[in-house]
Design a protein around this ligand. Structure first.
Ligand code: GLN
Length: 453
C-alpha cells in the first residue's frame, strides 16, 4: 500500500522511468528469512533504494534517459548495483536523469522533466531538482526512497543534492567501479550515494565501493569503515577557504551560508584557513572540452546495431541506418556534446582545444595538491544559485553550464567531494555547502559534512 502511494506521488514528480516493486519486496523477504535464521542482515539489508537509470540492471530496462536505448534490457548487472544487492538492498525502480547524464536540470531526459518536491515560497512554479541525478534527488527529497544512487561527472551528484536539501558524495575517482555504468566521460565518471543524512551516505558508499578487476581505473584499495569512523569532532583539522570561489554572479545568500558554514566548522574545532586555487576559473571551460571529447568517443557505440533503437529506412545502407538512428535517438543536448567533442578532437583543433584543456586539468589538480599541503579539506558553496523553475534556462546553455562552476574543479582532479544541506534561502529553497577532500580521504569529507549537517 505504502509502495503504491509512493508510486503515485512519484508519478507526479516523474522521478522514475520504471518501477520494480518485486525487486524491493524480494530484498525485504530475504531480510526476513535471514532474521529468522539469526544471520547477518547485510550492510543495507532490506533497504529499498532508487537506481539512477545509468546503471545496467540485468533484465530491467536501462536507458540513460535516451530514446536510443529505449527497450535495452542488459544481460548483466553493473558492479555497483550488484554490490548493493549483495549488501541486502532492493530496487524500487530506475530513476530518471538528464539524457546520458548531460545536463544540470533534468530537462534533457527523453522521458520528460523531473519535478523537485520543493516550491518557492508563494509560487507554484515547478522547480528543477538539479541534474543530472534529478530523479535520484527528487525521490530522496520527497521521501519516496530513503536513498538512491547517483553519478557525478562534473557535479551531477552534488548539484542535485544541493537543490533538494539532501546529501550526496562523489568519492575519489576509482572508488566505485564504472563497470556497467553507461559511460559519459570515462576519466571523470564516478558513482556515489544520495541520501538524507551523512550517516546514510557513509553506509551506502561502503556498500557501493570496492576494487573491481573489470574496471581498469578501479582503485586497488580496501574500503575503509567510513560509518564507524564518523566523527563531527574536527579538533586539529584545518579547513581551507578558496578565495577564487568568491565569484561574480554568486547569490548573496549563498555567500552568507558559506560564512555560516565556516562558523559551524569552527564550532566543531576546526581551524579556518584561506587558500588559493588560482586556476579555478579555467576549470569549467576545460571541463566542457574534456567531457564532450570523451562523450563523443563513448557515444560512438550507439549505432543502431548493438543496443535499443534502430531506424532502418526503406532501402537504406549501413551509413543511412547510423545517421537515421542517431538523428532520431539522441536528444539536442547530447548532439551538442557530440558535435563539440568531435570538433575539439579533430585534426587541426586538437592542439588548440583538447590539448590545452588537458593542461588546464593538470594545473587545476596541482592547485589542489598545493592547497592540501596546508589544509585537510576545503569548504565552498556547491552551486552559485538555488534551484530555478523548470524551463527558465532552456534557451541558455551557458548559464546552465555555470551551475557546475564550483563542482567541476574537484571532478577534474578526481577528488572526493560532498554536498550537505546548509540552510534555506529567503524563498524557502535549500542551499548546499560543498566539502572537497584529499584523494582517498572520504572520511575527512564525511566528517566535515557531519559537522555541518
Ligand atoms: N551538468 C554537467 C554536465 O552537463 C555535469 C553532468 C554530470 O556530472 N553528469 O556535463
Amino acid at each position: 500500500e505504502a509502495f503504491n502511494a509512493a508510486v503515485a506521488e512519484a508519478a507526479g514528480l516523474n522521478a522514475f522511468i520504471v518501477t520494480t516493486p518485486d525487486h524491493a519486496l524480494a530484498a525485504a523477504d530475504a531480510v526476513d528469512a535471514k532474521r529468522a535464521k539469526g544471520e547477518d542482515l547485510g550492510k543495507m539489508g532490506g533497504v529499498p533504494i532508487g537506481m539512477k537509470d545509468l546503471f545496467a540492471t540485468k533484465g530491467v530496462q536501462t536507458t540513460a534517459a535516451s530514446h536510443i536505448l529505449e527497450g535495452f534490457d542488459p544481460q548483466y548487472e553493473s558492479t555497483v548495483s550488484q554490490n548493493l544487492w549483495d549488501a541486502g538492498a532492493g530496487m524500487l525502480g530506475k530513476l530518471n536523469l538528464d539524457q546520458f547524464a548531460m545536463g544540470s536540470s533534468n530537462e534533457t531526459s527523453y522521458f520528460g522533466n523531473v519535478n523537485s518536491p520543493w516550491r518557492k515560497a508563494g509560487s507554484n512554479a515547478a522547480m528543477s531538482p538539479g541534474g543530472s541525478s534529478g530523479g535520484s534527488s527528487s525521490a530522496v527529497a520527497a521521501r519516496i526512497a530513503p536513498a538512491a544512487t547517483g553519478t557525478d561527472t562534473g557535479g551531477s551528484i552534488r548539484q542535485p543534492a544541493a537543490f533538494t536539501g539532501i546529501c550526496g558524495i562523489k568519492p575519489t575517482y576509482g572508488r566505485c567501479s564504472r563497470w556497467g555504468v553507461v559511460a559519459f566521460a570515462s576519466s571523470l565518471d564516478q558513482a556515489g550515494p544520495m541520501a538524507r543524512t551523512v550517516e546514510d551516505c557513509a553506509i551506502m558508499l561502503e556498500a557501493m565501493a570496492g576494487f573491481d578487476p573489470k574496471d581498469a581505473t578501479s582503485l586497488k584499495m580496501d574500503v575503509p569503515a567510513w560509518e564507524a569512523g564518523l566523527s563531527a569532532d574536527l579538533k586539529g583539522k584545518r579547513i581551507g577557504i578558496p578565495k577564487e570561489y568568491r565569484m561574480d554572479g554568486t547569490d548573496e545568500e549563498i555567500l552568507k551560508s558559506w560564512e555560516q558554514g565556516k562558523e559551524w566548522l569552527r564550532d566543531a574545532g576546526a581551524e579556518i584557513v584561506d587558500v588559493s586555487l588560482p586556476h579555478t576559473k579555467y576549470a569549467l571551460p576545460a571541463y566542457y572540452i574534456v567531457a564532450p571529447a570523451e562523450a563523443s568517443s563513448n557515444l560512438a557505440r550507439y549505432d543502431g546495431v548493438r543496443y535499443g533503437l534502430r531506424d532502418l529506412p526503406d532501402g537504406a545502407g549501413l551509413q543511412d541506418m547510423y545517421a537515421a538512428t542517431r538523428a532520431e535517438g539522441f536528444g539536442d543536448e547530447v548532439k551538442r556534446r557530440i558535435l563539440i567533442g568531435t570538433y575539439v578532437l579533430s585534426a587541426g583543433f586538437y592542439d588548440a582545444y583538447y590539448n590545452q584543456a588537458q593542461k588546464v586539468r593538470t594545473l587545476v589538480s596541482r592547485d589542489f595538491a598545493e592547497a592540501f599541503a596546508q589544509v585537510d579539506a576545503i569548504l565552498a558553496p556547491t552551486t552559485p544559485t538555488a534551484s530555478f523553475p523548470l524551463g527558465s534556462l532552456n534557451d541558455d546553455p551557458l548559464t546552465m553550464y555555470l551551475n557546475d562552476v564550483f563542482a567541476v574543479p574537484a571532478s577534474l582532479a578526481g577528488l572526493p567531494a560532498m554536498s550537505v544541506p546548509a540552510t534555506v534561502n529567503s524563498d524557502g529553497l535549500p542551499l548546499g555547502l560543498q566539502i572537497v577532500g584529499k584523494p582517498f580521504d572520504e572520511q575527512g569529507v564525511l566528517n566535515a559534512g557531519l559537522a555541518i549537517q
